[in-house]
Design a binder for this molecule. Structure first.
Ligand code: SF4
Length: 739
């Protein structure tokens, strides 16, 4: 690597949606860091989101750049020996192009699938969606971000007419009066964000945490509610019932800014507190205390994460929390509102620019004729040539080897991260052809016919959109090692081989310029954002239309937009240059004057509780919930290759309550089997009073016998297509016989 040629570069972490700012510079001394990496991380205190703080994953991220940790040559399957063997790029790309072309010719275009990732930059997500629809002509494209927060996206869209993870900057969290945090363990998933909750409390605010485990985040709470997994919907309805019963609704707000309240109110009133206590396990006095804290505060927020979202009723569950905000007037007002804490690094941008089965760039709908016309014109094709919506992520994976016979996979490792993972692995093995573009030789890459080694975060420039809707510039700090190409170069090489000589440039800024045009006028309008503006302003919040937007932006946003306007003063115009005086300042805060619905009103959606798709019974008497640990990220494909992270979190475990452990005769540290209707996983027991006695917890970052997703239920939310990762029925077995 060309370490000598790089200076300190301001960029962002490769992992989660906080997208912490960091600096990268050549490691001191010999040019190599202690870990063997050639770059070292320096604090970037001026970046407003994390102000220099990083978790261990971010601090050790340069280790991923070391040659030993990653792929540096294409691999192709030798069908005589069955082994993956090194090959040249021309051979590898020829083989991928031929595999995709042959399958499409034989079985039809929809027999070719594309699977992307929530970690891909906006440019890559955009190019991948365009490649699928224009070059392959397939409708079968989706991505692992579907498993991340599609339920929150669907619920926000249903209620507000627009989905942006947080409709306000994270800094507002520290200044509100009460935060109701549902199913999020920020202390482990994005530790630098925890300080906003600490500052909230220092400012006199209150924190309510809803989580079946007493996590490190829950320990900070004024009130910790620990519902049975899968019952958050009942909990939200019970709280809304009490809000009504205790006269805590904001009738003026409801009348002026919402629609649909009578039906939502009636649905909530059918959920009596005592009934909710029976369903959730949360005593009525705690429900009343939660209502008191939430409503007594001058401003309040509900923030959700994977807990309520990764359920087969995730959209309705999030909808119920939104209803609580709307009924109490805690939405569309300064320092109040509902927000979703996105998980993956570009979980937000990744779902805005076309790698989702039903979307076109700019968060346009693929089934909207006007959207098809607009994007087709940018792409230089006829609208009728664009395929329609395809299958959602799990449905697509489930169709592999059946109706979908070839797959191009970029930035994802579904063998570990998909629900019912053993079945998904079986479907992947049944494919006629699999090509994987990845940084490392992941468990899914091991099954491929061709593996393409691609560049990673610090080796290429691109934009991501963090959980606040802030579009950021991840700058290249070092050249990729020889033998490695970027994902954009891969797509360009394949497109040329498949008859599209133009339209897939390798330069990310050129792709972004096209993305801007494609997104113009859409809900996620990036047309006023340029690399130069992002650099000058430390990020720009969408929507940010090109040109005359100052007045539009001021509509619906208050002080923050004023602040943004000041920030852009003197910066450059959006069309590649400095932002001039008339440039749109971006939109840090949404919905302050109106919601993004046709009538400007937020929509209550009546929802009712129903049980999890799979309830416990005599054969499977315990609830399994899955999640994350501090030192690992997603399928662990990257973090399991970093020594310090592996040392901190070397493998899976099964967390269970001492009472359950006693009943089953299980000792702390003893290996146990967890068995669901879909399979069996083995991991050491971790006995802890921090979890409900009727629930066990497993993190999902590891393959092999401890793969938690072998167990999880692929039952899908009918609106979002989200699988029910967070709740399924299991039994625990001692390895020396059934417990
Ligand atoms: Fe990276 Fe997220 Fe850790 Fe920040 S919190 S350093 S973005 S993994």
């Amino acid at each position: 690597m060309d370490a000598a040629s790089v200076a300190t570069v301001e960029t962002h972490c490769p992992y989660c949606a906080l997208q912490c700012g960091m600096g990268l510079r050549p490691a001191a001394g010999t040019g190599e860091g202690a870990s063997g990496s050639v770059l070292e991380v320096v604090e970037r205190t001026a970046f407003p989101v994390n102000r220099g703080a990083l978790c261990g994953k971010g601090r050790t991220a340069p280790e991923l750049l070391a040659p030993g940790a990653r792929l540096t040559t294409p691999l192709v399957r030798d069908h005589t020996t069955g082994e993956l063997v090194p090959a040249g790029w021309a051979t590898a790309l020829d083989r991928v192009a031929e595999g995709l072309r042959r399958t499409g010719a034989r079985y039809g275009r929809d027999a070719v699938g594309v699977f992307g990732g929530g970690g891909l930059t906006n440019e890559k997500a955009y190019a991948l969606g365009k490649f699928a629809r224009v070059v392959l002509g397939t409708s079968q494209i989706d991505y692992n971000g579907r498993f991340c927060m599609s339920s929150a996206a669907a619920a926000q869209h249903r209620a507000f007419g627009l989905d942006r993870g947080l409709p306000f900057p994270l800094a507002d969290v520290a200044r509100t009066g009460c935060v109701l945090l549902v199913g999020s363990n920020l202390a482990e998933t994005m530790p630098p964000a925890l300080r906003y909750l600490t500052e909230l409390k220092e400012n006199g605010g209150r924190l309510i945490v809803v989580d079946p485990r007493r996590t490190r985040t829950a320990e900070q709470a004024d009130l910790h509610l620990a519902p049975r997994p899968g019952t958050d919907l009942a909990l939200a309805l019970g709280l809304l019932h009490l809000v009504v019963a205790e006269g805590r609704t904001d009738e003026e707000f409801i009348a002026a800014r919402t629609s649909g309240w009578p039906a939502a109110r009636a649905a909530a009133m059918a959920h009596w507190p005592e009934q909710v206590e029976r369903i959730t396990g949360i005593p009525v006095p705690q429900l009343r205390e939660a209502v008191r804290l939430f409503c007594d505060a001058p401003a309040s927020m509900v923030l959700t994460a994977r807990g309520p979202e990764q359920q087969a009723k995730g959209t309705d569950t999030v909808g119920a929390w939104i209803n609580l905000c709307l009924a109490t007037g805690r939405a569309g007002r300064p320092l109040s509102g509902y927000g979703a804490l996105t998980g993956q690094g570009n979980g937000q941008g990744g779902r805005e620019h076309g790698q989702k089965a039903d979307q076109l760039p700019g968060y346009r709908r693929l089934d909207d004729p006007a959207a098809r016309r607009h994007v087709a014109a940018v792409w230089g094709v006829e609208p009728e040539t664009l395929p329609g919506p395809g299958r959602s992520a799990y449905e697509l994976l489930d169709a592999l080897g059946g109706e979908v016979r070839a797959l191009l996979l970029m930035g994802s490792n579904p063998v570990v991260s998909a629900p019912r993972a053993a079945h998904v692995e079986e479907r992947i093995r049944a494919l006629d052809f699999l090509a994987v573009a990845d940084v490392v030789r992941s468990e899914t890459a091991e099954l491929a016919d061709v593996v393409l080694p691609v560049a990673q975060w610090a080796e290429e420039t691109g934009t991501t959109t963090n959980l606040e809707g802030r579009v950021l510039l991840r700058r290249r700090a070092v050249a990729p090692p020889p033998g490695v190409r970027t994902d954009l170069e891969v797509l360009g090489g394949l497109a040329r081989r498949l008859g599209h000589a133009k339209g897939f440039p390798a330069d990310p800024e050129q792709v972004f310029e096209e993305l801007r045009r494609a997104s113009a006028g859409g809900p996620a309008d990036y047309s006023g954002i340029s690399y130069a503006r992002i650099a000058a302003e430390d990020g720009v919040f969408w929507p940010c239309p090109a040109g005359s937007g100052a007045s539009e932006a001021a509509q619906g946003a208050s002080g923050a937009v004023a602040g943004a306007s000041e920030a852009v003063a003197g910066a450059q115009t959006a069309s590649g240059g400095p932002a001039g005086p008339g440039a749109h300042p971006g939109t840090p805060r949404l919905f302050l004057d109106r919601f993004a619905t046709p009538d400007g009103r937020a929509r209550f959606v009546p929802v009712t509780h129903r049980p999890a798709d799979e309830e416990t019974d005599a054969g499977y008497p315990v609830v399994l919930t899955t999640g994350r640990v501090l030192a690992q990220y997603q399928s662990g494909a990257q973090t399991r290759r970093v020594a310090a992270l592996n040392a901190a979190a070397p493998g899976p475990f099964v967390e269970l309550h001492p009472r359950l452990a006693d009943r089953l005769g299980i000792a702390d540290g003893e290996p146990v089997a967890v068995v669901s209707r879909r399979g069996r996983a083995v991991a050491p027991a971790r006995v802890s009073a921090a979890i409900r006695p009727d629930t066990v917890f497993m993190p999902f970052h590891w393959p092999g016998e401890g793969r938690a997703n072998t167990l999880t239920n692929p039952a899908l939310d009918p609106v979002s297509g989200m699988p029910e990762f967070k709740v399924c029925a299991v039994r625990i077995e001692r390895l020396d016989g059934p417990a």
